[in-house]
Ligand binder design. Sequence first.
Ligand code: 2HA
Ligand code: ZN
Length: 269
Amino acid sequence: MKYVLENRPALAGEVNKVAEVAGYLWQKGWAERNGGNITVNITEFVDDEMRRLPPLDGAKPIGATLPHLRGCYFYCKGTNKRMRDVARWPMANGSIIRITDDCAGYVIIADQPVAPTSELPSHLSVHNYLISRGSPYKASLHTHPIELIAMTHTPKFLEKDVATNLLWSMIPETKAFCPRGLGIIPYKLPGSVEMAEATISELADYDVVMWEKHGVFAVDTDVMQAFDQVDVLNKSAQIYIAARGMGFEPDGMTAEQMKEMSVAFNLPK
Ligand code: 2HA
Ligand code: ZN
């Protein structure tokens, strides 16, 4: 069998980042069973030989027509595959897909016919949106961070920017490295079109959005950066919970301290 990553160090580098992040998700307890998804737009690493690779399987519908994905290629975690297995064998637990010319379907081209993630319509709709906006973001990550999800089990943290401001105030790094904050999406059926639409609409203002009582969806230039944004947010959630566990409501950084941070780091909000 030929391996698509062989003699393609740049592409292998991107897939290695997926494997590394998948391992972190498992170690953090954010990826029970098949929980979470990763897709990466790898079109820039595709050469003519890859463009000529025959499909391993018949074309499948995406469930939406996504015109900005014409000619695009993605690494996708496989449906029902475990992050802890992606960490060790990313190409046996995921695959590379090519969008078909009608922009309404895809074929798998490497290495094995591993069906992509159940959240493919939402992931690809997000990539379509990112391209339409001229965004440099290439990776999208869905995961189940424990403390952040726990916070969505009460209405007060579902109000716009309440969780964002609280999380930013727990430790300076969180605003510095997640400067657009955490968008909130009320509960919707996983994998539904409504979920995809709501996610895209929140991504206009946030890089990380919370699906109430389910998990986060993050986008960034690569999967490591997307992971880092979720990681700093969840660190803040852990600090908040640790303070509550010690029996007090944490003070948080003051408004002056937050303002000083934003000016010093030239942050948008
Ligand atoms: O694919 O986490 O929301 C596994 C999931 C779906
Ligand atoms: Zn999920």
